[in-house]
Design a protein around this ligand. Sequence first.
Ligand SMILES: [Zn+2]
Length: 268
Amino acid sequence: MDQHAELGIIGGSGFYSLLKDAQDVNVETPYGAPSDPISIGEIAGRTVAFLARHGRRHQIPPHMINYRANIWALKSLGVRRIIGPAAVGSLQPNIKVGDLVVTDQFVDRTTRSNTTFYDGPVVTHVSAADPYCPTLNRLAVATIRDLGLSVHDGGTCVVIEGPRFSTKAESIWFTRMGWHTVNMTQYPEVLLAREQAICYCNISVVTDYDAGLVAEGSVKPVSNEAVLEAFQANLKNLVAIIETMVPRIPGPEVDCTCFHALDGASIG
Ligand SMILES: [Zn+2]
Protein backbone atom coordinates (compact mmCIF):
# COMPACT_ATOMS: atom_id res chain seq x y z
CA MET A 1 0.00 0.00 0.00
CA ASP A 2 1.19 3.46 -0.82
CA GLN A 3 1.64 5.13 2.56
CA HIS A 4 2.49 8.45 1.04
CA ALA A 5 0.31 11.43 0.23
CA GLU A 6 1.18 14.94 -0.91
CA LEU A 7 -2.07 16.63 0.09
CA GLY A 8 -4.13 16.40 3.25
CA ILE A 9 -7.77 17.10 4.01
CA ILE A 10 -8.99 17.40 7.61
CA GLY A 11 -12.75 17.61 7.70
CA GLY A 12 -16.10 15.97 8.24
CA SER A 13 -16.91 12.46 7.17
CA GLY A 14 -18.76 13.70 4.05
CA PHE A 15 -15.44 13.79 2.24
CA TYR A 16 -14.77 10.06 2.11
CA SER A 17 -16.80 9.95 -1.11
CA LEU A 18 -14.19 12.17 -2.80
CA LEU A 19 -11.35 9.69 -2.63
CA LYS A 20 -10.81 7.11 -5.35
CA ASP A 21 -9.34 3.71 -4.43
CA ALA A 22 -8.99 4.74 -0.78
CA GLN A 23 -7.20 2.59 1.75
CA ASP A 24 -7.11 3.15 5.48
CA VAL A 25 -3.78 3.52 7.25
CA ASN A 26 -3.29 3.42 11.00
CA VAL A 27 -0.63 5.95 11.91
CA GLU A 28 0.99 6.11 15.34
CA THR A 29 2.70 9.28 16.45
CA PRO A 30 4.80 10.35 19.45
CA TYR A 31 1.63 12.15 20.60
CA GLY A 32 -0.63 9.12 20.37
CA ALA A 33 -3.19 8.18 17.75
CA PRO A 34 -4.85 10.69 15.41
CA SER A 35 -8.65 11.11 15.43
CA ASP A 36 -9.14 8.17 13.09
CA PRO A 37 -7.33 5.90 10.63
CA ILE A 38 -6.24 8.01 7.66
CA SER A 39 -7.74 7.25 4.25
CA ILE A 40 -5.28 7.60 1.40
CA GLY A 41 -6.69 7.80 -2.09
CA GLU A 42 -6.68 9.86 -5.26
CA ILE A 43 -8.42 13.02 -6.33
CA ALA A 44 -7.72 14.06 -9.93
CA GLY A 45 -4.55 11.97 -9.98
CA ARG A 46 -3.12 13.52 -6.80
CA THR A 47 -2.55 11.41 -3.68
CA VAL A 48 -4.63 12.78 -0.84
CA ALA A 49 -4.76 11.75 2.81
CA PHE A 50 -8.14 12.31 4.42
CA LEU A 51 -8.58 12.53 8.19
CA ALA A 52 -11.95 12.89 9.93
CA ARG A 53 -11.24 15.64 12.46
CA HIS A 54 -13.83 14.38 14.96
CA GLY A 55 -13.43 10.71 14.07
CA ARG A 56 -15.63 9.05 11.45
CA ARG A 57 -18.52 8.60 13.86
CA HIS A 58 -18.07 12.21 14.98
CA GLN A 59 -17.29 10.97 18.47
CA ILE A 60 -14.48 13.36 19.51
CA PRO A 61 -15.55 16.81 20.76
CA PRO A 62 -13.43 19.80 19.69
CA HIS A 63 -11.59 20.20 23.00
CA MET A 64 -10.61 16.50 23.06
CA ILE A 65 -9.14 16.30 19.55
CA ASN A 66 -5.48 15.26 19.52
CA TYR A 67 -4.45 18.07 17.17
CA ARG A 68 -0.74 17.30 17.44
CA ALA A 69 -1.23 13.65 16.52
CA ASN A 70 -3.43 14.67 13.57
CA ILE A 71 -0.87 17.05 12.07
CA TRP A 72 2.08 14.78 12.88
CA ALA A 73 0.36 11.81 11.22
CA LEU A 74 -0.25 13.78 8.00
CA LYS A 75 3.32 15.10 8.04
CA SER A 76 4.68 11.57 8.47
CA LEU A 77 2.82 10.55 5.30
CA GLY A 78 4.60 13.29 3.36
CA VAL A 79 1.74 15.82 3.27
CA ARG A 80 2.94 19.33 2.30
CA ARG A 81 -0.41 21.11 1.94
CA ILE A 82 -3.63 20.76 3.93
CA ILE A 83 -7.18 21.91 3.27
CA GLY A 84 -9.17 22.07 6.50
CA PRO A 85 -12.87 22.75 5.83
CA ALA A 86 -14.94 23.57 8.91
CA ALA A 87 -18.37 24.76 10.04
CA VAL A 88 -18.54 28.22 11.64
CA GLY A 89 -21.05 30.59 13.17
CA SER A 90 -21.41 34.10 11.74
CA LEU A 91 -20.54 37.13 13.87
CA GLN A 92 -21.52 39.75 11.27
CA PRO A 93 -24.88 40.35 9.55
CA ASN A 94 -23.28 40.49 6.09
CA ILE A 95 -21.91 36.96 6.54
CA LYS A 96 -24.99 34.89 5.78
CA VAL A 97 -25.89 31.32 6.56
CA GLY A 98 -24.68 29.30 3.57
CA ASP A 99 -21.81 31.68 2.72
CA LEU A 100 -18.25 30.45 2.48
CA VAL A 101 -15.38 32.19 4.25
CA VAL A 102 -11.71 31.64 3.43
CA THR A 103 -10.25 32.44 6.85
CA ASP A 104 -7.00 34.41 7.04
CA GLN A 105 -6.70 35.23 10.77
CA PHE A 106 -7.70 33.68 14.07
CA VAL A 107 -8.23 34.93 17.60
CA ASP A 108 -7.43 32.25 20.16
CA ARG A 109 -9.96 32.09 23.01
CA THR A 110 -9.18 28.49 23.93
CA THR A 111 -7.58 27.27 27.15
CA ARG A 112 -5.87 24.27 25.57
CA SER A 113 -2.51 22.83 26.35
CA ASN A 114 -0.59 20.67 23.86
CA THR A 115 -0.77 23.41 21.24
CA THR A 116 2.87 23.25 20.10
CA PHE A 117 5.44 20.72 18.91
CA TYR A 118 8.20 22.81 20.52
CA ASP A 119 8.27 22.10 24.24
CA GLY A 120 12.05 22.44 24.41
CA PRO A 121 14.94 22.00 24.91
CA VAL A 122 15.36 23.85 21.62
CA VAL A 123 13.26 27.00 22.00
CA THR A 124 11.35 27.71 18.80
CA HIS A 125 9.06 30.66 18.09
CA VAL A 126 7.14 30.26 14.85
CA SER A 127 5.53 33.38 13.39
CA ALA A 128 1.75 33.38 13.52
CA ALA A 129 1.34 36.80 11.88
CA ASP A 130 -0.25 35.23 8.81
CA PRO A 131 -1.10 31.71 9.91
CA TYR A 132 -2.96 30.61 6.75
CA CYS A 133 -1.22 29.81 3.45
CA PRO A 134 -1.57 32.85 1.17
CA THR A 135 -1.21 30.75 -1.99
CA LEU A 136 -3.85 28.18 -1.07
CA ASN A 137 -6.17 30.93 0.19
CA ARG A 138 -6.00 32.74 -3.16
CA LEU A 139 -6.60 29.46 -4.96
CA ALA A 140 -9.58 28.62 -2.75
CA VAL A 141 -11.23 32.01 -3.31
CA ALA A 142 -10.68 31.79 -7.09
CA THR A 143 -12.05 28.24 -7.20
CA ILE A 144 -15.16 29.13 -5.19
CA ARG A 145 -15.82 32.14 -7.43
CA ASP A 146 -15.37 29.99 -10.54
CA LEU A 147 -18.09 27.71 -9.20
CA GLY A 148 -20.40 30.72 -8.81
CA LEU A 149 -20.64 30.45 -5.03
CA SER A 150 -20.66 33.26 -2.46
CA VAL A 151 -17.29 33.66 -0.74
CA HIS A 152 -15.71 36.10 1.72
CA ASP A 153 -12.05 36.57 0.80
CA GLY A 154 -10.48 36.58 4.26
CA GLY A 155 -12.02 36.64 7.70
CA THR A 156 -11.05 36.45 11.35
CA CYS A 157 -12.23 33.34 13.16
CA VAL A 158 -12.59 33.46 16.93
CA VAL A 159 -11.72 30.01 18.24
CA ILE A 160 -13.53 29.21 21.48
CA GLU A 161 -12.73 26.33 23.80
CA GLY A 162 -16.08 24.54 23.54
CA PRO A 163 -17.89 22.31 23.79
CA ARG A 164 -20.31 25.00 24.97
CA PHE A 165 -21.28 27.81 22.61
CA SER A 166 -20.68 31.51 23.40
CA THR A 167 -22.81 33.49 25.82
CA LYS A 168 -24.66 36.47 24.33
CA ALA A 169 -22.18 38.80 26.04
CA GLU A 170 -19.15 36.99 24.62
CA SER A 171 -20.69 36.87 21.18
CA ILE A 172 -21.64 40.58 21.17
CA TRP A 173 -18.07 41.38 22.20
CA PHE A 174 -16.66 39.31 19.28
CA THR A 175 -19.04 41.06 16.86
CA ARG A 176 -18.14 44.54 18.15
CA MET A 177 -14.44 43.74 17.76
CA GLY A 178 -15.16 43.29 14.07
CA TRP A 179 -14.32 39.59 14.01
CA HIS A 180 -16.18 37.53 11.45
CA THR A 181 -16.77 33.91 12.45
CA VAL A 182 -16.62 31.63 15.48
CA ASN A 183 -15.49 28.00 15.66
CA MET A 184 -13.91 25.48 18.06
CA THR A 185 -11.23 23.73 15.99
CA GLN A 186 -9.17 26.18 13.92
CA TYR A 187 -6.70 26.67 16.76
CA PRO A 188 -4.32 24.95 17.25
CA GLU A 189 -4.87 23.00 14.01
CA VAL A 190 -3.70 25.76 11.67
CA LEU A 191 -0.72 26.70 13.83
CA LEU A 192 0.51 23.14 14.30
CA ALA A 193 0.55 22.81 10.51
CA ARG A 194 2.64 25.96 10.33
CA GLU A 195 5.03 24.54 12.96
CA GLN A 196 5.54 21.58 10.62
CA ALA A 197 6.06 23.94 7.65
CA ILE A 198 2.88 22.65 6.01
CA CYS A 199 0.60 24.97 3.99
CA TYR A 200 -2.86 25.17 5.57
CA CYS A 201 -6.04 26.61 4.10
CA ASN A 202 -9.43 26.75 5.80
CA ILE A 203 -12.70 26.93 3.91
CA SER A 204 -15.49 27.70 6.38
CA VAL A 205 -19.16 27.05 5.84
CA VAL A 206 -21.47 29.37 7.77
CA THR A 207 -24.12 27.18 9.37
CA ASP A 208 -25.75 29.63 11.80
CA TYR A 209 -25.70 33.10 13.35
CA ASP A 210 -23.96 33.32 16.72
CA ALA A 211 -25.93 34.22 19.86
CA GLY A 212 -24.93 37.90 19.94
CA LEU A 213 -26.14 38.74 16.43
CA VAL A 214 -29.51 37.22 17.22
CA ALA A 215 -29.69 38.95 20.64
CA GLU A 216 -28.92 42.36 19.11
CA GLY A 217 -31.65 41.84 16.51
CA SER A 218 -29.23 42.14 13.56
CA VAL A 219 -30.52 38.88 12.12
CA LYS A 220 -33.44 36.55 12.62
CA PRO A 221 -32.61 33.32 14.44
CA VAL A 222 -32.41 30.31 12.14
CA SER A 223 -34.18 27.08 12.93
CA ASN A 224 -32.29 23.86 13.49
CA GLU A 225 -33.88 22.62 10.29
CA ALA A 226 -32.45 25.58 8.35
CA VAL A 227 -29.01 24.96 9.84
CA LEU A 228 -29.10 21.32 8.80
CA GLU A 229 -30.32 22.26 5.35
CA ALA A 230 -27.53 24.85 4.96
CA PHE A 231 -24.99 22.30 6.13
CA GLN A 232 -26.15 19.59 3.70
CA ALA A 233 -26.24 22.00 0.73
CA ASN A 234 -22.82 23.20 1.64
CA LEU A 235 -21.34 19.80 2.08
CA LYS A 236 -22.16 19.26 -1.59
CA ASN A 237 -20.57 22.61 -2.43
CA LEU A 238 -17.46 21.86 -0.36
CA VAL A 239 -16.98 18.54 -2.12
CA ALA A 240 -17.25 20.33 -5.49
CA ILE A 241 -14.81 23.03 -4.35
CA ILE A 242 -12.21 20.51 -3.24
CA GLU A 243 -12.63 18.42 -6.38
CA THR A 244 -12.03 21.54 -8.50
CA MET A 245 -9.27 22.96 -6.32
CA VAL A 246 -7.06 19.87 -5.89
CA PRO A 247 -5.79 19.65 -9.49
CA ARG A 248 -4.94 23.37 -9.34
CA ILE A 249 -2.77 23.07 -6.22
CA PRO A 250 0.96 23.48 -6.91
CA GLY A 251 3.03 20.29 -6.69
CA PRO A 252 5.33 19.62 -3.72
CA GLU A 253 8.30 20.87 -5.75
CA VAL A 254 6.78 24.37 -5.93
CA ASP A 255 8.06 26.47 -3.03
CA CYS A 256 5.82 28.35 -0.60
CA THR A 257 6.58 30.78 2.24
CA CYS A 258 4.98 28.22 4.61
CA PHE A 259 7.80 25.75 3.83
CA HIS A 260 10.20 28.25 5.46
CA ALA A 261 8.26 28.70 8.71
CA LEU A 262 11.16 27.31 10.75
CA ASP A 263 13.92 29.36 9.11
CA GLY A 264 15.50 31.32 11.97
CA ALA A 265 12.70 30.32 14.38
CA SER A 266 14.90 28.42 16.84
CA ILE A 267 17.14 29.96 19.46
CA GLY A 268 20.56 28.41 19.95
ZN1 LIG B 1 1.82 27.85 1.83
